[in-house]
Ligand binder design. Structure first.
Ligand SMILES: NC(=O)c1ccc[n+]([C@@H]2O[C@H](COP(=O)([O-])OP(=O)(O)OC[C@H]3O[C@@H](n4cnc5c(N)ncnc54)[C@H](O)[C@@H]3O)[C@@H](O)[C@H]2O)c1
Length: 439
């Protein structure tokens, strides 16, 4: 199938890199978003999100005239939906007395409805948003059928999961293997033909529900494996063991690869997607459910270690380093660090947070410091919550001169305990009950 014009619905971390990359590979692209400020920013050639290499590609795409942004879709050869699929904030499902989170599919529904009036015979529609199993066939196809056209018969419909790593999106979009699941084989082939415009990785065709499940399995596998690492960190703490040492020794076994524990699991993928399985089949997913619960409880463990280091937290001044949900990104959504700050404040600690990737972010209820120096100046303790590269290179001797704090708490194994101790700090590390006793 040949494509001249495509329309991409949702211009965030996934939609915008995808739209601009299609445009720089020769297609005419209309990017659609419901937020007017995004449309205005993009049409000026500027970018509203931080992703290395993205602004250059967007600028090139806009200048070439191949990429424009608008608030409404138009007729096109293909439509790609890349809108958010978070979970619902205040509504829960229930199974055997336990509550589970529910997917919020309103953006996918309204995106599909916005395409419907422009759908023509022979078009291709692709859902990229991470979605519960059977969304393409049971939710999107019926909405599009209101156009009078039938998926798989009159137009092609497919699901294609996105597995790019924030921070590396522009490279991985092109190089990663891509799965295309069609509602029939012609739809999968049409999806293949579209992404072959720029994808250099393998493009594998399957059915839509398999492709949906592949994406959820990838993130659930990671979540469950992080949960066991987090549980190990609590066990090590109880038994006077350094979990980091124990994991590195266990990983010497040729068939063992235990992941790293940390302050919790965040972001809008790994902490969200496993719930889609639980919602779809709670009776079949007890392991997935409990892994989510373990990871969601890890911020409490961080607070416990902070109390161990500082005693009662009321009026204690804590400099928090890092608010992003993972290292070297500016994305603060669903971040465990955010939750930890609120939990510390509930215990009357005075927290100043320094996030070098997003210093101007407005985080409700969080006191954002304008600089590292400002965050640590009057602090009683420094709490490392994200393993940003630049935190790893901090010099403890230099920090000691800039802060009153003599306690550091490392939740990500980002620092060398000996260096901090030699600079006069008491050192506490998550999952390492040895760290405070050796000096
Ligand atoms: N960001 C990632 O690293 C990543 C990786 C894999 C999969 N995903 C999945 O991709 C999907 C999109 O994620 P994202 O990170 O790009 O989200 P995002 O929040 O960065 O961007 C989504 C954009 O869609 C817009 N939008 C919402 N409803 C709309 C509508 N009805 N019509 C047009 N625009 C609409 C929003 O204004 C926003 O700009 C999600 O399902 C996510 O789980 C994301």
């Amino acid at each position: 199938m040949k494509f001249q014009k495509i329309c991409i619905i949702g211009l965030g971390y996934i939609g915008l890199p995808t739209a601009s990359t299609f445009a720089t590979h020769g297609l005419n692209v209309l990017g659609v978003d419901i937020k007017p400020h995004i449309i205005e920013t993009l049409n000026k050639g500027e970018v509203h999100i931080h992703e290395p290499g993205l602004s250059e590609v967007v600028r090139k795409a806009i200048q070439s005239g191949k990429f424009t942004a608008a608030l409404k879709p138009e007729e096109a050869d293909a439509f790609i939906i890349a809108v958010p699929t978070p979970f619902q904030e205040n509504k829960f499902g229930e199974y055997n007395g336990v509550a589970y989170k529910l997917a919020d599919m309103r953006a996918v529904i309204s995106a599909a409805e916005s395409i419907m009036p422009f759908l023509k015979k022979g078009n291709l529609v692709i859902l990229e948003s991470t979605s519960p199993p059977r969304t393409t066939v049971d939710l999107v196809a019926p909405i599009l059928a209101r156009s009078g056209l039938e998926a798989g018969l009159d137009f092609h419909l497919a699901y294609s999961p996105e597995r790019v790593l924030p921070g590396q999106i522009m490279r991985e979009l092109i190089e990663n293997a891509r799965v295309i699941g069609g509602v029939n084989s012609e739809s999968a082939q049409a999806g293949h033909d579209l992404y072959a415009t720029f994808v250099k990785g393998q493009i594998v065709q399957t059915d839509a529900t398999t492709a949906e499940m592949v994406k959820l399995m990838e993130n659930t596998h990671r979540d469950v494996n992080i949960a066991i690492a987090n549980e190990f960190s609590r066990l090590a703490d109880k038994f006077g063991v350094d979990v980091w040492e124990a994991i590195s020794l266990a990983n010497l076994h040729p068939r063992i690869k235990i992941l790293s524990p940390g302050p919790g699991v965040g972001g809008h993928c790994i902490s969200v997607d496993p719930w889609f399985f639980v919602e779809a089949a709670p009776e079949l997913s007890p392991l997935i459910y409990h892994s989510r619960k373990v990871n969601d409880a890890q911020p409490e463990f961080v607070v416990k270690i902070t109390e161990r280091a500082l005693g009662a937290l009321d009026n204690k001044k804590i400099a928090v380093l890092g608010l992003a949900y993972k290292p070297d990104v500016d994305d603060l959504r669903e971040s465990p660090a955010n939750e930890i700050v609120h939990m510390l404040q509930e215990k009357s600690a005075q927290v100043k947070a320094w996030e070098p990737y997003n210093p101007d972010a407005i985080m409700p209820g969080i006191n954002m410091a304008p600089s590292l120096d400002e965050a640590i100046k009057d602090a009683d303790a420094i709490l490392l919550l994200v393993k940003h590269t630049e935190f790893g290179t901090l010099n403890p001797e230099a920090i000691a001169k800039k802060t009153k704090a003599r306690i550091v708490i490392d939740t990500v194994n980002g620092w060398d305990s000996e260096m901090w101790k030699n600079a006069g700090f008491q050192f506490f590390r998550l999952g390492d009950s040895k760290s405070k006793t050796t000096n």
